[in-house]
Design a protein around this ligand. Structure first.
Ligand code: AP5
Length: 210
């Protein structure tokens, strides 16, 4: 089993690209952010613990995240590997991952900090199928109707505000970006310029995965 890691700052486009490349790779998207938000909505002990960190834009403790991932990759759809979106974010998480699956590619989507805030503050998602949109950069083709499933139910994330974004960016620079060097030494790290049209980025990611 070989897995892919999508790596990058908040709002880099990891989720957007994951949805587009899932079809080509056949690998399911495993987003720790989505798993945590589901746990928060369900009011599970993990969700209650995670919420205070997420609301503050801080990383959830490694032991909580690693336990979630260990459970998730036992599921039937993960048998041939998965596409991790937003995991790992610390060296201990990467070390734990190395013990449970082979990572064949780390796709690092790079976007300058000054573009991140406008991306995050304009994001909305379909409440029914989780397709990701943006008020200005990636609007729905028909106003008020999801391009993917036709639903008219949209939502915005509680942590998508200018204050929390700054904390999330700090967490990225302090705790997550050191992982780039860690993966570079393994020769599986592919840098993709994420400050371009969404289609061009998808094309480059698919080439890197060949
Ligand atoms: P998580 O949900 O993973 O959030 P994140 O990493 O901050 O990433 P985002 O989901 O915000 O961004 P994205 O890169 O997926 O961008 P998107 O495609 O949506 O984590 C949330 C929280 O959970 C964390 O803060 C932490 O507390 C906790 N957590 C999660 N995982 C953890 C872990 N492993 N360890 C510890 N804690 C963890 O795009 C953003 C917007 O830009 C969209 O509106 C989109 O339409 C638009 N867009 C996309 N591409 C482009 C483009 N090329 N040009 C213009 N606009 C674009």
């Amino acid at each position: 089993m070989e897995s892919i890691v999508l790596f990058g700052p908040p709002g880099a486009g990891k989720g957007t690209q994951a949805q587009r490349i899932m079809e080509s790779t056949g690998l399911p998207q495993v987003s720790t952010g989505d798993m945590l938000r589901a746990a928060v909505s369900a009011g599970t002990p993990t969700g209650v613990e995670a919420k205070k960190y997420m609301d503050a834009g801080l990383l959830v403790p490694d032991d909580v995240i690693i336990a979630l991932i260990k459970d998730r990759i036992q599921e039937a759809d993960a048998i041939n590997g998965v596409m991790f979106d937003g995991f790992p974010r610390t060296i201990p998480q990467a070390e734990a991952l190395a013990g449970i699956t082979v990572v064949s590619h780390v796709i690092a989507i790079e976007v300058p900090d000054d573009k991140i805030v406008e991306r995050i503050c304009g994001r909305f998602t379909c409440a029914d199928c989780s397709a990701v949109f943006h008020d200005l950069f990636n609007p729905t083709k028909i106003d008020g109707k999801c391009d993917t499933c036709g639903s008219g139910n949209f939502k915005r994330r509680a942590d998508d505000n200018a204050d929390t974004v700054m904390s999330r960016l700090n967490a990225y620079h302090e705790q997550t970006s050191p992982l780039a060097e860690w993966y570079q030494t393994k020769g599986i790290f592919h840098i993709i310029n994420g400050d371009r049209e969404i289609d061009q980025i998808t094309e480059d990611i698919l080439s890197a995965l060949k």
